[in-house]
Design a protein around this ligand. Structure first.
Ligand code: C2E
Ligand code: CA
Ligand code: CA
Length: 531
């Protein structure tokens, strides 16, 4: 019993722990995933804006370069230079515009060019035909790093910082590159590894330090990168929302597990597990012929053998079993067991009988009949050797009970009324039931030889049974004096500790064999079979 309890408790603690931890941990995980997703969404937005802005700058540059040639003007004439200057002024991000001939700068928005400035070899060409030199060194304006864009005979220098200078999110780094991953400009010193992988990077991702999102359009790739720590605020928001939900689920699970375990640990819970696991065994108490001393039969008495090996007496669980309906499967198990275990002995000795206890529900419902038929039939047991003991305890429907007992009796079973003489079993009920035998309750046998108020009742009960022409079994015979008294008063059979307590099958076989040998004054040939 303790073994099972501790196992149930251990299982409950384990389940409770898992049930408490899993929902909370998964909510923390989900919060983190959501926070990462939200941060990446922000980064994606930034990357897209960067592309929009950069491609607009490229488009503006191309339009400006295209507009230089029309209407045609004499190259490097004052009007030509003035036009370049106007466009330089009017186009944001343009630092300088120049006119080339044979790969050499002839004049620019700054004026006529005397020094030999070569047109750079472009790094790549944009989809709409702008030649791009990513890292140009302005010879004239001498400013920061600039980018050179060429179209036809014209070129312009632009400041690439203009692509990325609208960034408002703190701590976010940016990379703008062309399709093949050549960096055009960066902001806030992006992670070197990510910078290198920008061309192949997936839409969203992260490494040990950073989260990032990538946008691609119009021959450009933009990657926005934020440190992982930047999700802290969002994570906190999600945790505040989801962890209480996880805790709620955890509490629910823990309460449920506790409730289930309490149910399992309750007497009824334990009993139903016992039924499911078939933890019942049967002991057999000999019934003796008071005159000859022969062992004429046995009563099957169920015991609950707990997993730790201890035996629980039936009066400790039969009432609960009756109340809950678990008695019916227990009856079935008892019938099944006795048929298999005691059947061979019954087959070997046709004079022997076995008494089985039925409860009110078994009898009134009649459901015990097919079980008996099937089980006894399976082991070839003659119903005439099987007595059915019934009490009126809990009989709600005496008519239904009578029906069942009538059928059983017709099959050959002996019907015995158990606990006769107690409040349960009155003469009035007796008349309504098909009856073959009475079992006089132990409380009456106890009074024999004692001078108590009830002792005068015992002979009356015996007389009554005799008048009804029923066989009589005295229960709880403990002394020789009681046995003698009962025999003298014409009681047929006795059952009690004077002869034997209820025994396991092997013990009963020993008892039976000894009794038989004593009777025959020698060896018994029947008994070899049953042992
Ligand atoms: P019961 O049918 O009246 O069974 C007789 C009880 O008296 C048994 O107790 C038996 O061990 C005990 N007994 C027999 N001789 C003596 C004696 O000389 N002195 C004393 N002090 N006791 C004696 P047990 O086995 O504990 O069974 C108790 C009750 O449990 C039974 O009373 C019966 O009502 C019920 N029961 C037992 N087995 C089954 C079963 O398979 N099905 C059902 N429905 N009830 C059962
Ligand atoms: Ca009984
Ligand atoms: Ca009894």
């Amino acid at each position: 019993m303790e073994l099972r309890r501790s196992r149930v408790i251990a299982a409950a603690i384990l389940l409770g722990l898992v049930g408490a931890i899993v929902p909370i941990v998964s909510m923390v995980y989900v919060s983190w995933v959501i926070a990462v997703d939200k941060q990446q969404e922000v980064l994606q937005q930034i990357a897209r804006q960067t592309i929009v802005r950069a491609s607009k700058t490229f488009a503006d540059a191309r339009i400006a370069l295209d507009s230089l040639a029309y209407p045609p003007l004499p190259p490097c004439s004052p009007q030509h230079i003035a036009r370049m200057r106007v466009i330089d002024f009017n186009t944001t991000s343009v630092a300088e515009i120049g006119y080339f001939e044979n790969g050499l700068l002839k004049c620019s928005s700054w004026g006529l060019e005397e020094t030999r400035i070569m047109r750079s070899v472009p790094d790549y060409v944009t989809p709409d035909g702008l030649q791009v030199k990513i890292d140009a060194h302005p010879a004239i304006s001498m400013g920061n790093r600039v980018m050179a864009l060429y179209r036809g005979v014209y070129g312009m220098l632009i400041d690439p910082q203009r692509f990325v200078d609208t960034m408002m999110e703190d701590g976010v780094a940016l990379v703008l590159a062309n399709e093949v991953g050549d960096t055009l400009v960066t902001l806030n010193a992006p992670d070197a590894a990510l910078l290198k992988s920008v061309a192949e990077a997936p839409q969203r991702g992260m490494n040990q330090r950073s989260l990032y999102a990538v946008a691609r359009d119009k021959g450009l790739v933009a990657m926005a990168i934020a440190p992982r720590a930047s999700i802290a605020g969002k994570l906190e928001e999600e945790l505040l929302l989801l962890v209480p939900a996880g805790a709620f689920v955890a509490i629910f699970i823990v309460v449920f597990v506790a409730w289930q375990s309490k149910k399992r640990l309750s007497p009824l819970g334990e009993l139903s597990i016992a039924v499911r696991k078939r933890e019942f065994i049967v002991h057999y108490q000999p019934i003796v012929d008071l005159t000859s001393g022969a062992c004429v039969g046995a009563e099957a008495l169920v015991r609950w053998r707990r997993p730790d090996g201890s035996l629980t007496r039936p009066d400790l669980f039969i009432p609960l079993a009756e109340e809950s309906g678990l008695i019916m499967p227990i009856t079935d198990q008892v019938i099944e067991m006795v048929a298999a275990e005691f059947g061979p002995l019954l087959n070997a000795d046709p004079d022997l009988h076995l008494a089985i206890n039925l409860c009110a529900a078994d009898v009134t419902s009649g459901r015990v009949l097919p079980v008996l038929e099937e089980r006894l039939g399976k082991h070839g047991i003659d119903p005439r050797q099987v007595w059915l003991e019934a009490t009126e305890r809990g009989f709600m429907n005496i008519d239904a009970a009578r029906e069942t007992l009538k059928i059983a009796r017709a099959w050959g079973h002996t019907i015995a009324i158990d606990d006769f003489g107690t409040g349960y079993s009155s003469l009035q009920y007796l008349e309504g039931l098909p009856t073959d035998a009475l079992k006089i309750d132990k409380s009456f046998i106890d009074t024999i030889g004692r001078n108590t108020a009830t002792s005068s009742v015992t002979p009356h009960i015996i007389e009554m049974a005799k008048t009804l022409d029923l066989r009589i079994v005295a229960e709880g015979v403990e002394t020789q004096e009681q046995a003698d008294y009962l025999r003298e008063h014409g009681v047929d059979y006795g059952q009690g500790w004077l002869y034997s307590k209820a025994l396991p099958m092997s013990g009963f076989v020993d008892f039976y064999r000894k009794a038989k040998t004593r009777q025959n004054g020698g060896a018994s040939n029947i008994l070899v079979v049953a042992a």
